[in-house]
Design a protein around this ligand. Sequence first.
Ligand SMILES: *[C@@H]1O[C@H](CO)[C@@H](O)[C@H](O)[C@H]1NC(C)=O
Ligand SMILES: *[C@@H]1O[C@H](CO)[C@@H](O)[C@H](O)[C@H]1NC(C)=O
Ligand SMILES: *[C@@H]1O[C@H](CO)[C@@H](O)[C@H](O)[C@H]1NC(C)=O
Length: 191
Amino acid sequence: MAQTLPNYKNAIFTLFIFLHLLDAQSHQFSRKLSPEPLGFKNQKLTHLHFYFHDTVTGDHPTAFPVARASITNTSSTLFGLVMVVDDPLTVGPELTSKIVGRAQGMYASASLNDIGLLMNLNYVFVEGEYNGSTLSILGSNHVFSKVRELPIVGGSGAFRFARGYALAKTYSFNTTSGDAVVEYNVYVQHY
Ligand SMILES: *[C@@H]1O[C@H](CO)[C@@H](O)[C@H](O)[C@H]1NC(C)=O
Ligand SMILES: *[C@@H]1O[C@H](CO)[C@@H](O)[C@H](O)[C@H]1NC(C)=O
Ligand SMILES: *[C@@H]1O[C@H](CO)[C@@H](O)[C@H](O)[C@H]1NC(C)=O
């Protein structure tokens, strides 16, 4: 009995120290990690190909103007117009083809001299292994240039640590309705 009591006290003391360390750990602000245990082992390069449908008119628009500047209506470049969109991304050029994701966010007319958009969008995918994963695009889009390059500034899910670029090419543009279909080739590095 006299022998077990100190051991018992030792055990309590050790437990106390352990809990104290655990507590200190939970309040730690930062620490260095190796990437492997979190699954960041091999960087991959993925190519995505899809079509972006920007429908501004008709019965089922997916892009809506939310703000205008004082000069927007008289500006030949619609300067100051801000659109919020939830545009479908499809595997083929037809809107009826399979949806692989949606472009959600906004774009704004940000060039006084030509039609140049600031694109600020999350591409939210629903297809296969990318279901639920997103890519964030922030770039300059001069829509009458043949091919526009937009930076990929980040991502989530399968696209954590994403960086890369998207090449956007107008597939069709209806000058009457303003509706556009844009072909995207995306090259993205991620884990
Ligand atoms: C600009 O045009 C929009 C859409 O046609 C209209 O709703 C708005 O009242 C106009 N704004 C001004 C300041 O004229
Ligand atoms: C994508 O994930 C959602 C939510 O987990 C699920 O409801 C849906 O069926 C999935 N879609 C595909 C195409 O796997
Ligand atoms: C362009 O839009 C107008 C107005 O919505 C529509 O009547 C016309 O059929 C469209 N043209 C094409 C080629 O889709």
